[in-house]
Design a protein around this ligand. Structure first.
Ligand SMILES: Cc1ncc(COP(=O)(O)O)c(C=O)c1O
Length: 456
């Protein structure tokens, strides 16, 4: 069908397996280290935070891992998600390129995050756990886990970065609607939170701090609570592979194959979710799709960060991993893509980027919102500010194809809608948004506080 716009799979096409890049990754994985001893972690250490099923997935090198029927049942509330051809955007840009997008904003909470929240809640429930803790920055991950914990009848406490808690009351209300308890981090509920507040009662919080509080709350619960993380870890990226597996089938329906696959990167999970199944085709079946990760110039962990071992959180309680990092004590600038403000990046993405299998680009905030608004006016969906980074890069690819008079097939992941991000759009539309580039000197300074790992 030459003018088809939406490519829809049947419920029976919902993937039965997650794809694990660690089976095919040509770069051997680097060890995950204990934050105290700096020695490789044991499953015992991880089991304080995670149920055994997730720990086994974290270290697995099996290529395909079966999705439990209970998880597929909940996925069916919104999966398979649609793939669309952005015909009106192509026309507006006057490009010969074909632009496709996979729409993960179709989930009940409006982003890709439930793809991992649902299995995380399921495996915790299965192991007899009754309560989970987590952190959230902009609120998307907290909302997804609140939804999933409600489905599996688990209690949830969310440490929400204080500045977002104040600026985004609707996200907080949404989490509470699903039954979660939400605290403005730093709180006086944890030792770490109290120490921060003692030094600075007005501290606005950061994702690294909120992670520290949620980890502490689980680690000191005597085994009654476990912790859920919305990105970075292998098992999170594994769960997100449903995006790319579906997109492969949908591109086949469109009778095209992408020259470039694009996703924004915070901790890396939605990008890996769409890109890794295509990377498998590159590595095993001779395809040559470019894989492009897009980050803000304000938090440029891949493009400006150093590839080394660093702590996953500010209080140095979470495991140490080898990743591109801006330093664990990174204070994020107040940009409007809250979900992209993490100091590090998923280790497998970093290893693949370092070895040249993945490309990365950093884009500025104002051109990103230019792209978001142009996309909304052409296609109707108002994108999440995070996802708008992928749109900026997709439009730049389409304009480059136009300049070179090339046909190019572009696929990007629209990881979420921006219906709760009107504050950001208001700032943009009223001309209050500013561009910001994170200085190289700040990265150099932060490297003085890295853990002293011998193999770095
Ligand atoms: C809509 C959306 N896209 C992207 C991200 C970035 O996370 P990740 O890199 O794990 O996909 C977030 C994080 O909160 C998000 O809410």
């Amino acid at each position: 069908m030459p003018d088809q716009t939406r490519f829809l799979l049947n419920e029976s096409d919902l993937p039965k397996f997650w794809y694990n890049i660690n089976a095919d990754n040509p770069v051997p994985p680097t060890p995950v280290l204990h934050p105290g001893t700096l020695e490789p972690v044991t499953p015992d250490f991880l089991s304080v935070l995670f149920p055994m099923d997730l720990i086994l997935q974290e270290i697995s090198t099996e290529r395909y891992i079966e999705i439990p029927e209970e998880v597929r049942e909940i996925y069916k509330l919104y999966r398979p998600t649609p793939l669309l051809r952005a015909r009106r955007l192509e026309k507006a840009l006057g490009t010969p390129a074909h632009i496709y997008y996979k729409y993960e904003g179709a989930s009940p909470v409006g982003s890709h995050k439930p793809n991992t929240a649902i299995p995380q809640a399921f495996y915790n429930k299965k192991s007899g756990i009754k309560a989970m803790t987590t952190e959230t920055g902009a609120g998307q991950w907290g909302t997804a886990l609140a939804f999933a914990c409600n489905v599996f009848d688990l209690d949830l406490e969310v440490y929400m970065v204080k500045i977002s808690y104040q600026q985004k009351p609707y996200r907080r209300n949404l989490m509470e609607t699903y039954g979660a308890r939400v605290y403005a981090s730093p709180t006086n509920l944890t030792n770490y939170g109290r120490s921060v507040l003692e030094a600075d009662p007005e501290n606005p919080g950061s994702l690294g701090m909120a992670i520290s509080e949620a980890v502490e709350a689980a680690a000191t619960s005597g085994g009654t609570k476990k912790y859920g993380l919305g990105s970075v870890l292998n098992h999170v990226l594994l769960h997100q592979s449903v995006i790319g597996e579906e997109a492969l089938k949908q591109m086949e329906m469109a009778d095209e194959y992408p020259d470039v696959v694009i996703g924004c990167v915070g901790g890396g999970s939605n990008f890996a979710g769409i890109a890794y199944p295509f990377l498998r085709e590159n590595l095993k079946n001779g395809k040559r799709t470019r894989l492009l990760a897009v980050e803000p110039t304000a938090t440029p962990s891949l493009t400006k960060g150093v590839y080394t071992f660093d702590y996953g959180d500010t209080a140095r309680m979470a495991p140490i991993v080898k990743m591109h990092t801006l330093g664990h004590d990174f204070i994020p600038p107040r940009i409007h893509a809250g979900g992209l403000r993490y100091h590090g990046m998923a280790p497998s993405i970093c290893a693949l980027y370092d070895a040249g299998h993945i490309e990365a680009v950093a884009v500025k905030q104002i051109p990103t919102f230019d792209a978001a608004v142009q996309f909304a006016r052409a296609e109707g969906i108002v994108p999440a500010p995070e996802s708008a980074h992928a749109i900026r890069a997709a439009m730049d690819e389409a304009l480059d194809a136009k300049a070179k008079d090339q046909k190019r097939v572009i696929l990007f992941n629209l990881s979420g809608h921006g219906n709760f991000d009107m504050g950001a759009y208001e700032a943009y539309l009223s001309g209050k948004l500013e561009d910001y580039e994170y200085p190289v000197e700040a990265v150099r300074e932060a490297m003085k506080h890295l853990p002293q790992v011998q193999m770095a």
